[in-house]
Design a protein around this ligand. Sequence first.
Ligand SMILES: [Zn+2]
Length: 446
Amino acid sequence: MKKFVIAKDKNTQRIVRIDEVEEGYSDGVCPDCGHNLIAANRNQATRKVACYFRHDRDSECSGESLVHLYAKQVLHDRKRVFVPDYTQTIFDPNDQSYLYQKLFQYSAKFISSDQAIMENSIMVDEKSRIPDVTFLGSPILHIEIHNTNKVDDDKKGFFKKLDQNCIEIHMDGYHAYLDKGESEFYEFVSKLANRQWIHFSSENKELRSAIWDSQQERKRKRCENENRKIVTHNKKEQWYKKNSLFIDRFRAFREHGIPLLREKQNAYSKYRDLDLEKKLKNSEGYFSSIISSELDHDYAFKCASYVWQWKIYSLLLNKFKESENDFFDEIYKNQSKLKFWGPEFFWNSYSTKLTVSECYRYLKDQGVIVLDLVNISESLNDGEALPLKRPKEKFLGLSLKEYELLPKPTIAIRKYLFHLCELGFLKYLHGNEFDILYREVALPYS
Ligand SMILES: [Zn+2]
């Protein structure tokens, strides 16, 4: 037969402990089967076994409800319970996008109340429930005491509709605490036992203020986005107004197609130089190798490819001749020194340079025309030739790809100077600088 440390008093309807009733106490009943529970607590001074309650007859009754009643009673008496952590995603019902979501976090804590009631029936939509204990106050907290971890969906739905706080306490593991004493059992029920939220009311001030905060934040973000959009829009419009010519030309350039453009420029008679063509032909390939047909951005020049390239080659020859005279003057003056220095001297001291920008200036002086688009983009760049690579900040609102496409005569010139390097006229130094080479093998003064 089962032994119990608690019984229900049939007069007060309260749970009593065996250690607090007098010898021969006879008001105990079992809430499950309704039979009396006898207090086995006589001769306490000399007893060998602990005192207990038992059914007044042979019985298989578990008396399980005793613990349930006792748990309700201690919470009702002390009006204090620990509620667990709670988290909830707050979102805008009109815009559930991730951008406006926020996580609300509520920290576990003790909740106390001035007034607690037991088994108070509540109705919602013609359904009723009787929570075990209810802490009145603001906000209300309902407490359900359960022997298993199972939460039924009905219960969840009910408290959600009601929108009042409800937690469920799971009684697994109560035995050790029940036997020790009332305080230990209260400690278990109020704090140590597993518990979970059945419903967290939207009326809780922490949640309300978090929702309010996130609404304010959403408003602010929307406002900022609106403002940003307006500013960007205005900037764009201003930029388009200011640069409409550039945009039109760039669009036309892209639509026109680069190969077609180059073909036209090579073929139009006004872009050609017939005398030069004849000269190149008559040289039986010697001069024609000086012209390269494989140069990026070559189309930036509004003339046949060979026209501008030949002009740079002529510039190179002129500079070479100019410096050659100076060079030999210098050599004859310092002959004794030169013998000592040896052949290395020629490469190091013969330091006439040719730069990309120098070539570009020369071509312009010589009347070589570039595309209108080049002129416009250079005037937008304070009259300077465009950098070969786009600077970090956007140039003229162009993407990296668009910028690369934008015709840049300096790229073509640079490539051409590398072509002259391959032919042995120049040696690349660094940046946009090239050294003009002296190619005589024998010492000029020997
Ligand atoms: Zn019973």
